[in-house]
Design a protein around this ligand. Structure first.
Ligand SMILES: Nc1nc2c(c(=O)[nH]1)N[C@H]1C(S)=C(S)[C@@H](COP(=O)(O)OP(=O)(O)OC[C@H]3O[C@@H](n4cnc5c(=O)[nH]c(N)nc54)[C@H](O)[C@@H]3O)O[C@H]1N2
Ligand SMILES: Nc1nc2c(c(=O)[nH]1)N[C@H]1C(S)=C(S)[C@@H](COP(=O)(O)OP(=O)(O)OC[C@H]3O[C@@H](n4cnc5c(=O)[nH]c(N)nc54)[C@H](O)[C@@H]3O)O[C@H]1N2
Ligand code: SF4
Ligand SMILES: [Mo]
Length: 742
C-alpha cells in the first residue's frame, strides 16, 4: 500500500520527540553580524508550551536554540516548534489597518480605523442595546490579553456576550471537572505520567498533537507501565500500545459505562476511597449496571474481552492515569463522556496521588490560562462564576463599577453566531479566532459574518475570517509582547518579548487598551490606562486572588526563577500546587468529589441508509488549528500541503477508490472533495479529514452544529457521510506521467 511519508509523526512515534537543530550555518546562512541574542521563552503553538530560546538580531527572530534546562521538554521540540520563527518576517504580515470599501480593503491610519470600530459598535448599541454587540477572543492570547478581553466587553462595551475559541476545544472537560472537583484544571503534573502502572489514552493523538508528551509516555512504558489506547484510528503512539480499543466515533460513553460495569460487577471498586471522598457513586454504579460489555460492544465496536481487560487493568493497578483530549470531548455528549472517564477513575481511587489521576491534554498555547480570567461567557477572573454574588462584588470593586453594572452570563461562541443569524447580535469584535475555518457548518458561519452591521478583527495575518471584516487591525505575534500563559499541566509560565511588532502593527494589549479607552468614554477610560502587560498582570493577580485559579503569589520574577509556578498560588511565599486533590480533598466546600451518573444518548448526526459512514475530523502534526500561521510556513506546508481523507482499504475497495484518488464526501450539509489516503490504521466504517484548511478544502463545510447542551461544544468528531469517487476540484493540476518512466 503506497502512502506518503508522514515522517515527523513516524519519527516521534519511533524515537520520541527529537532535538532538531538548524542546518550548519543556520537557515539564514553564515552571517558576519554580531552574535544573535537568545531569548528564553515558549513555543507559540500548542498547550505543551515547550521552552525554547529565540535567536534575535536587529529586532528580527532569525532562528532558535533548544532550552535544555526547562524541565517540561528539556530541549525537545516538535516540527512546528522548530519552524515557528519562519512566520515572523513573513510578507503577509499586516502592517496597516484596513477598512472595507466597495472595491476591497484600503489601508488607513490607526486613528481612522479605531474611530470606525468605535463608531460602528456604538451606533449599534445606541439603536439596539448593549447586548447587540459581542466580543470573541482566543486561547492563543496571553492571560493578560484574555483578561483585557473580558474587561473590555463587560466594562467598556457593557455587553454580556463575550466568549472565546476554547468553546470549540476543552469546555466538555471543563464542565465535569468543575462539577466533580470544583476546579477546571488537569489534576496532575506531567511528571506523574511516567509513574503510572497503567496509562489509558482516550481520543488523543499524542504523537501528532502533543508530541512532547510522547516522551512521558515512553518513560512510563520503560518503567514497566501498560499502555492502552482508545481511538477510531491506530494513531502513531498505538504502535507501542499493549492494548488498542478501536472505538466507533461517538460511542466512548458506552465503552466507559461498560468498563465501570465490570469494575462494579467484579467487586473491584475502591470502597474506602468512595466512602471517604465522593458523593453520588450509588447512582453512577446503578447506571452502569445495565451496561454489560456485550451490549456496549454492539454500540462501540470494542470487543467485550478488551473492555473487560481494560477495566481489570485499571482497577487492579495501584496507580493508573487516564489521559484524554478532543476525541472524547468533541461530541454532543462530550460532558457525559468526560464525566464517565472521571467516574471510572475515581471508582478505582485513582486521584490525588503520584501517578494516579484523570488528566486532559490542553490544546491551545494558553488553552488553560485562556479559560481562567474572564473571557468565557459565564466566568470572571480567577475561574469565578459570573452568577456568584460574592465573585461579582470582588471583581466589580477592582474594576471600579457597581456589582449591578456587571452584565450576567452571555451566549457561547456558536450561540453568538446563531444570534447573529437571528439579528439579535449585529456588531462583533473578534481577535485570535478564525471561525470561517474552525466553526462547524461553514456555510452557515459565512452567512452570519456577512449579516453583521459592523465587524472588526484584530489579527497579524488576513485570516479567512478577517476577509469578512469592516475593519482589520494589525495585531502582534506571541513573541512581540510579554505576558503569562498556563500550560497543559497547570504551570504558569512567562512569555518574553523577543522583538517589537513591525512598523504599522501594534501590540494586542495596546490595541485592547486603546479600544477600552475610546469605547469606555470618560467614565471608564482610566480603567484601561495600563502602560504595560505587567500592569495588567498586577491587576489580574488581584482579581484572581481568593478565586479557584488564584495567581496572587505569582510574579514574572518568580516564574523566571522557578521555571514556572502551578496555581493555585495565593501568596508570594506559597510554593504553588503541581498536584491537586492530594489526600483526596477537592475544591468543593465538603471536600468531596461529586460524581454524576451519565445516561447514554445518541449523537446529533446519526448514520442512516443515505449517510452510512462516520466522518471524524482532527489534526496532522505539521499544521496548527485553522492554519493561518502554519499554512504560511513553507517546510510545514511541504509536509502537509492539503487535507487527505483517511480511509481503510476495505471501504476504499467497496467504493472503487485507490490511494491518491479524489473522493467526494457528502454530509447533510453539503459535499467536499479530498484526495484519498488509504491506510489500514482506521476503522473500516470511518473516514478522517484534518480541518486546517479553508474553502474547498475545509472539513467544516461538512460538520454539523449540534452542541453539547451544557458545554456548548460542537460535535466535530462525529458526522454521518457517504462517499463517492470524485473528480478533481476545479483548478487542480493533473499529474502528468514522466516521459520514459515505466
Ligand atoms: N499538530 C497539531 N497539534 C496540535 C494542534 C494542531 O492543530 N496541530 N492543536 C492543538 C489543540 S487546540 C488541540 S485541542 C489539541 C487536540 O489534540 P487531539 O485531541 O489529540 O487531536 P485531534 O486530532 O483533534 O483528535 C484526537 C483523536 O481523536 C480521535 N477520535 C475521533 N473521534 C473519536 C471518538 O469518537 N472517540 C475517541 N476516543 N477518539 C476519537 C481521532 O482519530 C484523533 O486521533 O492539539 C493541540 N496540538
Ligand atoms: N472540524 C473540526 N473543527 C475544529 C476542531 C476539530 O477537531 N475539528 N478543533 C477545534 C479546536 S480544538 C480549536 S482550539 C479551534 C481553533 O480554531 P481557531 O481559534 O479559529 O484557530 P486559530 O487558527 O488559532 O485562529 C486564531 C486566529 O488568531 C490569530 N492569532 C493567533 N495568535 C494570536 C495572537 O496572539 N494575537 C492575535 N491578535 N491573533 C492571533 C491567528 O492568526 C488566527 O487567524 O478549532 C476547532 N475546530
Ligand atoms: S509540542 Fe507544542 S509547544 Fe512543543 S514545540 Fe511542538 S507545537 Fe510547540
Ligand atoms: Mo483546541
Amino acid at each position: 500500500m503506497a502512502h506518503p511519508p508522514r515522517s515527523d509523526a513516524d519519527l516521534i512515534a519511533e524515537f520520541g520527540p527529537h532535538l532538531a537543530y538548524e542546518p550548519p550555518g543556520g537557515w539564514h546562512g553564515p552571517s558576519a553580524g554580531p552574535p544573535p541574542a537568545l531569548v528564553k521563552t515558549h513555543c507559540c503553538f500548542c498547550g505543551q508550551q515547550c521552552g525554547i530560546q529565540l535567536k534575535v538580531r536587529d529586532n528580527k527572530v532569525i532562528g532558535f536554540e533548544p532550552w535544555e534546562e526547562f524541565p517540561f521538554n528539556r530541549g525537545m521540540l516538535c516540527p512546528k516548534g522548530v519552524r515557528r520563527y519562519l512566520q515572523d518576517n513573513h510578507r503577509d504580515r499586516l502592517t496597516a489597518p484596513l477598512v472595507r470599501e466597495a472595491s476591497g480593503f484600503r489601508p488607513t491610519t490607526w486613528d481612522d480605523a479605531l474611530a470606525r470600530t468605535v463608531r460602528g459598535l456604538q451606533e449599534i448599541q445606541a439603536a439596539h442595546g448593549k447586548d447587540a454587540v459581542a466580543v470573541l477572543g482566543g486561547a492563543s492570547l496571553t492571560s493578560e490579553k484574555s483578561y483585557l478581553v473580558g474587561k473590555l466587553a463587560r466594562v467598556a462595551l457593557g455587553t454580556r456576550h463575550v466568549d472565546y475559541n476554547g468553546r470549540l476545544c476543552m469546555v466538555s472537560a471543563g464542565v465535569p471537572y468543575k462539577h466533580t472537583f470544583g476546579v477546571d484544571r488537569s489534576p496532575n503534573p506531567w511528571s506523574d505520567i511516567p509513574k503510572a502502572q497503567v496509562l489509558f489514552i482516550i481520543g488523543a493523538n499524542i504523537a501528532e498533537c502533543a508530541p512532547i508528551t510522547t516522551d512521558y509516555v515512553w518513560r512510563c512504558k520503560d518503567a514497566g507501565g501498560t499502555l492502552i489506547v482508545a481511538d477510531p484510528r491506530a494513531t502513531p503512539i498505538t504502535r507501542k500500545a499493549d492494548l488498542f480499543l478501536p472505538v466507533r466515533p461517538g460511542t466512548d460513553l458506552a465503552m466507559l459505562l461498560a468498563m465501570l460495569h465490570v469494575v462494579v460487577r467484579d467487586g473491584l471498586e475502591n470502597r474506602a476511597f468512595l466512602e471517604a471522598h465522593t458523593t453520588g457513586w450509588a447512582e453512577v454504579a446503578a447506571e452502569a449496571a445495565a451496561w454489560d460489555p456485550v451490549r456496549a460492544a454492539r454500540i462501540c465496536g470494542v470487543p467485550p474481552e478488551a473492555i473487560e481487560r481494560t477495566a481489570h487493568l485499571i482497577a487492579k493497578a495501584e496507580r493508573a492515569i487516564l489521559l484524554h483530549a478532543r476525541g472524547l470531548e468533541h461530541h454532543s455528549k462530550g460532558v457525559e463522556n468526560c464525566q464517565a472517564a472521571i467516574n471510572l477513575m475515581l471508582t478505582c481511587g485513582h486521584i490525588g496521588r503520584e501517578g494516579a489521576g484523570v488528566m486532559m491534554v490542553t490544546g491551545q498555547g494558553n488553552g488553560q490560562g485562556g479559560r481562567e480570567h474572564g473571557q468565557k461567557c459565564d466566568q470572571l477572573p480567577g475561574q469565578r462564576s459570573i452568577s456568584d454574588p460574592a465573585a461579582r462584588a470582588h471583581v466589580a470593586k477592582i474594576w471600579g463599577i457597581a456589582p449591578e453594572e456587571l452584565p450576567g452570563a452571555g451566549l457561547t461562541a456558536l450561540e453568538i453566531v446563531e444570534a447573529i443569524h437571528r439579528g439579535e447580535i449585529r456588531g462583533l469584535l473578534l481577535l485570535c479566532f478564525n471561525p470561517m475555518v474552525s466553526l462547524p457548518d461553514g456555510a452557515y458561519v459565512r452567512e452570519a459574518l456577512d449579516k453583521l452591521a459592523h465587524f472588526t478583527v484584530i489579527d497579524f495575518f488576513l485570516s479567512e475570517t478577517a476577509h469578512h471584516a469592516d475593519v482589520v487591525l494589525p495585531g502582534s505575534l506571541q513573541e512581540e509582547e510579554e505576558g503569562v500563559v498556563c500550560s497543559a499541566e497547570g504551570r504558569v509560565i512567562h512569555i518574553q518579548r523577543a522583538v517589537t511588532p513591525p512598523d504599522g502593527a501594534r501590540a494586542d494589549t495596546d490595541i485592547l487598551c486603546e479600544l477600552g479607552r475610546r469605547l469606555g468614554g470618560e467614565r471608564h477610560a482610566a480603567k484601561f490606562a495600563f502602560a504595560s502587560p505587567r500592569e495588567v498582570f498586577d491587576e489580574l493577580r488581584r482579581a484572581s486572588a481568593g478565586g479557584v485559579a488564584d495567581y496572587g503569589g505569582i510574579t514574572y520574577e518568580r516564574i523566571d526563577r522557578e521555571f514556572g509556578l502551578f496555581w493555585p498560588c495565593p501568596t508570594e511565599d506559597h510554593p504553588g500546587t503541581p498536584r491537586l486533590f492530594e489526600g483526596g480533598r477537592t475544591y468543593h466546600a465538603d471536600g468531596k468529589a461529586h460524581l454524576e451518573a451519565t445516561p447514554w444518548r445518541e449523537g446529533g448526526d446519526p448514520l442512516d441508509a443515505e449517510f452510512p459512514i462516520h466522518l471524524t475530523t482532527g489534526r496532522v502534526v505539521s499544521q496548527y488549528l485553522s492554519g493561518t500561521q502554519t499554512r504560511r510556513i513553507g517546510p510545514l506546508v511541504d509536509q502537509a500541503p492539503e487535507p487527505r481523507l483517511e480511509l481503510h482499504p476495505t471501504l476504499a475497495d467497496a467504493h472503487g477508490i485507490a490511494d491518491g484518488d479524489w473522493v467526494e464526501v457528502t454530509t447533510r450539509r453539503g459535499a467536499q472533495t479530498f484526495r484519498a489516503l488509504v491506510v489500514r490504521t482506521i476503522r473500516p466504517d470511518t473516514v478522517f479529514v484534518p480541518y486546517h484548511w479553508p474553502g474547498a478544502r475545509s472539513a467544516n463545510r461538512l460538520t454539523h452544529r449540534t452542541m453539547d447542551p451544557r458545554s456548548k461544544i460542537p460535535e466535530f468528531k462525529s458526522s454521518a457521510c457517504r462517499l463517492a469517487k470524485g473528480a478533481p476540484p476545479p483548478g487542480t493540476r493533473r499529474q502528468l506521467p514522466i516521459a520514459g518512466a515505466s
